[in-house]
Design a protein around this ligand. Sequence first.
Ligand code: NAP
Ligand code: MG
Length: 489
Amino acid sequence: MKLRCSLGMTTSAIRLPSQLFLDGAFQRSRSGRHTSLINPATEQAFCEVDAADVAEVDASIVSAHRAWESGWRDMSPGKRTEILFNVSRVLRENIEHIAQLERLQVGKPIADARDEAGLGARVFEYYAGGITRFYGQTIPVSRGGFDFTLRQSMGVVAAIVPWNFPFPIACWKVAPALAAGNCVVLKPASISPLTALLLGELAHSAGLPPGVLQVLPGSGSVIGDALVNHPLIRKVSFTGSTEIGRRIMELASRDLKRVSLELGGKSPNIVFADSDWQKAAECSPMSVFANTGQDCCARSRMFVERPIYEGFVERFVAATRQLKVGDPALETTQLGPLVSSGQRATVEEFLANARSCGTRFALGGDRPASQGYYLNPAVLLEPGREDRCWKEEIFGPVVAIVPFDDEAAMLREVNASPYGLSGSLWTNDIRRALRVARAVQSGVLSVNSHSSVHVEAPFGGFKTSGIGRDLGMAAMEGYTELKNVYVAE
Ligand code: NAP
Ligand code: MG
């Protein structure tokens, strides 16, 4: 299992988990399938990871179900708390390993990768603490007697996660599902299985019993349907594209499996003239370009009140020029490459469409280096409404900025999007802040900030951005069934 990294990183050997993690151990795939991982910063293949087939989907779910029935479901809350706190501790001890794997597989800047590894550990800590604070109700029913609710685990949950934040998103599905007493089969994206596999191994080393967390790398097109359709799967928790989210919901409807779907976004960033707009201009580039724009919360539509529009754009462009695009191994890098050549090609198609629509580019959109899937962040000004960059999720480093005159008309345009995930608004008028925060149709909104994710608060979308919530106690509720028990007097 110890493979040397073939990337010129001769000083340190980074252990690359390369097999399925099932029943508490790494196992070769019996199918002989594998996925070749490409480092997006170098375009070099660096590792081959086994990929599961349909037979292994069935075996892993059956085994997870056995682990649920034979122990995890009925383990005392105190013992489950202890194990999940231990998982959190072990993850913290392995932040550097997790971060280096994330950097290699998706080109994540190393400083961000460390932060995200720490976030994953914090998520386990939060839900470990939540287990014994997760209350039912006693209900004074009109006929007398004693009535109370129980939150009960579901069984086996399928967690299907994407490549943009592979480790934290895996944690924020796995941790609440386990805390609520379920077992989990985790399917990472084909191009980013390493940190999910390491999570399985580390959680097991921290005391999680075999079978409680199964990690099944493999192609969604090969094993996705088998996973979603399996009769022992009671809930599918998915983050990814709207297209696959719809498919999962359709399949799940056959036997009414629960679903939670965190899909795309086209989030607004609204800047009023009465705000500290100079500060907003300086920090807004990272609200859309962080993670090279591959973020469902990216504030890719900016609405700036007309009196400050020109000054805002000037500062925004100047701040964007300062961003450090480059090698994700460097501590100072802010934007790494896009995750794959395919993802960069998709983004470049959007940019070609913008050019053909006559949209003005204030900056960027070109390739800064001959090797690696890099793209300089692009700032588009006042795109025509036929420009796809204005309406569709791009998932790359592209922002479009427009001026607005009227609050109500601006809000109509904000809410015309089929998406409703996140957004920001900048104002120093408290009444306006409250009014606009209520009016924007999104699951998450921040005022005078770009923060979307708090471990303790619910995260998810309105409209086609999704169903259900990750994070906070709302996520833990979503991994339970609600039972009412009535006891006659
Ligand atoms: P995707 O296909 O939705 O992938 C997300 C996850 O779903 C991956 O683990 C994927 O596995 C799996 N999957 C694929 N087909 C499946 C199926 N039939 N049944 C069950 N699971 C399946 O997303 P993508 O193709 O990687 O990216 C396409 C676009 O989706 C992006 O450009 C972006 O716009 C959007 N996206 C959004 C988010 C988000 O955070 N909301 C995240 C990623 C992508 P494989 O990797 O093996 O295919
Ligand atoms: Mg796909």
